[in-house]
Design a protein around this ligand. Structure first.
Ligand SMILES: Cc1ncc(C[n+]2csc(CCOP(=O)(O)OP(=O)(O)O)c2C)c(N)n1
Ligand SMILES: CC(=O)[C@@H](O)[C@H](O)COP(=O)(O)O
Ligand SMILES: [Mg+2]
Length: 649
């Protein structure tokens, strides 16, 4: 593409970039111009769609250098968490896709094999890239393939335990492998922990910086002649480094360390990467970057450097354009503080997501009662078990999808010990823009099998507050409270309560018992109204506590001709499955149809779009229910009058 044509697209130089080969031949001056054009491009596009603008502004030079030193896709570039792969996508022919970033049918916000041969890891869960890289490097070694493996991992992701399991193996295997630590000092907020302190000691030591510049100049003028020269030069740097900034951690692991380098200096990063590439074993390149680099609104965003605005935002201020609304998270955060006011034993735990989960609200009032464990959900669960053994009641707030990796900890470290730990799962169910590895659709099935664990699914703000209090009142086992992303549902009053079960609507006829789980209660009410137009009576119930299945739900089922369950979670092992089993065990032979999310990798889009694609709308469910009940009419069974419906009051 000519420069003229390129200009018409995104910027004079950026418009000419159709693949990595186009940046390999650019001069240093052109690269600086290109980096600026990429920043302008990212801000312009992501301000319209929402997305991870801060992390990607921090890796512009880093990604350019990687694509100049390595030959993707033959050499494999891996991005831990993958939220910082937009620049990689820009350089691998996908600039045109950014108008539909994270939108249905558009570009994924994470690497996607379907999009490009340059993409490999699609999982948006942190701390996995080094394990992939270890495996990949072993495969290439065994197959005798001379291909570089490069893994970019953030300082936040490095607080995840899997990284250290991987480093342990990478060191032993000794295969050529380049680990680029993208150290911007932050996850959302400043990264916590001993590792973070260690990294900052490296990057912040003024003496080391000055001395390093001298060495860097020497390095800059010295053509690399492979491993011997690298060893000599590295020994020089190491000697200096240990003198001013001891960093035995990595090297004692058996992994060479290069850095810290200025992650925004393409030439410096390139020379470090070339040294690492030619070393012939595992090397860590410690790149110091700034999240949101070059964009004032991001650099001045104290909360999280514009880590991931959820929608379109004002370029000048970085503020979301959408009108603010009361989110499920806000209701949780507000009630948690009220509970903590009354219960000095209640403490909060976050896995590097204090603001997004609302735990920060508790931390602002009771800083000594909130623990940020880093991106370490497994540790969060078992550390919570320790806190509970110590007489406290921890509230662990994570996104639903991220608790998956802590199943064993919840099962054995918490539940088997019957410990009072409450897990609050935000973003439960279909979320939308983040796609399949972010969908919080597994929790009711996966954790529903844990003996002694109780799961609540509030339907609105009132029941969220109520069920949070009920959860922290449980002292003989773990509890889960799960709610979706977005604006909290309007309060839906119950007409009566049967045990823990709220009856939201009922009629003279008891044709259908509609079990609407959590935030689907509103959908249930709409369905009941539509089905009533066909002459059928629908009893809508919200179980509130969905696992274990309340006995009252089975009794209510016995009084109806058909039971339908609808849940924002996978069907297999979900509430519908569990209720069907409970009904069989109680010999209640009423037909049951369960609606929910198929266990599959659902694409990204908006929550509403994906739910519609899955037939989880009032119109679709009403059509299903009407079809099922009308087919039952072929064997008419008197609908049991309500007062004999078997439900206890
Ligand atoms: C297991 C897991 N927990 C939490 C998250 C949410 N999350 C996404 S990015 C991020 C911060 C990552 O920080 P870092 O690795 O330093 O990357 P940066 O954004 O600074 O480039 C977090 C906590 C996640 N994706 N995966
Ligand atoms: C990459 C990651 O895991 C988070 O940044 C996630 O994208 C945040 O999701 P929300 O926008 O729903 O808070
Ligand atoms: Mg970081």
């Amino acid at each position: 593409m000519s420069v003229e044509e390129g200009t018409a697209n995104h910027g004079r130089l950026l418009g000419t970039v159709r693949g990595p080969q186009d940046v390999k031949r650019m001069t240093a001056e052109q690269l600086d111009i290109l980096a600026a054009e990429i920043r302008d491009f990212l801000i312009a596009k992501v301000s319209r769609t929402g997305g991870h603008v801060g992390p990607n502004l921090g890796v512009v030079e880093l990604t350019l250098a990687m694509h100049r030193v390595f030959d993707s896709p033959r050499d494999r570039l891996l991005f831990d968490t993958g939220h910082q792969s937009y620049v990689h996508k820009i350089l691998t022919g996908r600039q045109d896709g950014f108008d539909k970033l994270r939108q249905r049918g558009g570009l994924s916000g994470y690497p996607s094999q379907a999009e490009s041969e340059h993409d490999l890891i699609e999982n948006s869960h942190a701390s996995t890239a080094l394990s992939y890289a270890d495996g990949l490097a072993k495969a290439y070694a065994l197959r005798g393939e001379s291909r570089s493996v490069v893994a970019v991992v953030g300082d936040g992701a490095l607080t995840g335990g899997m990284c250290w399991e991987a480093l342990n193996n990478i060191a032993t295997a000794g295969n050529p492998l380049v680990i680029v630590v993208n150290d911007n000092g932050r996850s959302y907020s400043p990264t916590i922990g001993g590792l973070a302190d260690h990294l900052s000691s490296l990057r912040l030591n003024p003496g080391y910086e000055k001395v390093l510049d001298t060495v860097k100049d020497a390095l800059g003028n010295t053509p690399f002649v492979g491993k011997p020269m690298y060893e000599v030069l590295h020994a020089v740097k190491k000697g200096i480094k240990d003198a001013v900034a001891p960093q035995a951690m990595f090297e004692d692991l058996g992994i060479k360390y290069v850095g810290p380098v200025d992650g925004h200096d393409i030439t410096a990063v390139e020379s470090a990467l070339r040294a690492a590439k030619n070393f012939g074993g595992p090397v860590i390149v410690h790149a110091v970057t700034r999240k949101g680099y070059g964009y004032r609104a991001a650099e001045e965003d104290e909360a999280d450097r514009l880590h991931g605005p959820g929608g379109a935002f004002d370029i000048e201020t970085g503020k979301l354009l959408a009108a603010p609304s009361v989110k499920w998270t806000h209701v949780f955060a507000d009630e948690l503080v009220k509970v903590a006011d009354e219960r000095p034993d209640v403490v909060g735990i976050t896995a590097a997501m204090a603001e997004p989960t609302g735990i920060a609200t508790l931390a602002r009032k009771y800083p000594e009662r909130v623990y940020d464990v880093g991106i370490a959900e497994q540790h969060a669960a078992t550390s919570a078990a320790g806190l509970a053994l110590g007489g406290l009641h921890p509230v662990v707030a994570v996104y639903a999808t991220f608790l998956n990796r802590a199943f064993d900890q919840v099962l054995l470290d918490v539940a088997m010990h019957k410990l009072p730990v409450t897990f609050v799962l935000d973003r439960a169910g279909i979320t939308g823009p983040d796609g399949p590895s972010h969908y919080g659709i597994w929790d009711m099935s996966v954790f529903g099998v844990v003996p002694g664990l109780r799961i609540a699914a509030p339907r609105d703000a009132g029941t969220l507050r109520e069920e949070l209090r009920e959860a922290v009142a449980v002292d003989d086992g773990p509890t889960i409270l799960r709610f979706p992303t977005g604006t909290v549902a309007a309060d839906l009053p119950a007409v009566r309560r049967v045990g823990p079960v709220d009856v939201l609507a009922e009629s003279a006829r008891t044709d259908v018992l509609l079990v609407a789980v959590g935030s689907f209660a509103g959908l249930g009410m709409e369905v009941a109204a539509r089905v009533a137009e066909q002459g059928y009576g629908v009893t809508v119930v919200d179980p509130r506590w969905v696992r274990p299945v309340p006995a009252e739900l089975v009794e209510l089922a016995a009084g109806h001709r058909l039971v339908v369950t609808v849940e924002d979670g996978v069907r297999v092992g979900g509430v519908g499955d569990a209720l069907a089993q409970a009904m069989r065990d109680a010999d209640v032979q009423v037909p049951l149809r369960d609606l929910g999310v198929p266990a599959d990798w659902h694409p990204h889009g908006t929550r509403a779009q994906i739910l519609a694609d899955l037939g989880l709308t009032a119109q679709d469910v009403a059509r299903d229910v009407t079809g099922w009940i009308s087919r039952l009419d072929a064997q008419p069974v008197e609908s049991v009058p309500r007062d004999q419906a078997g439900a206890t009051n």
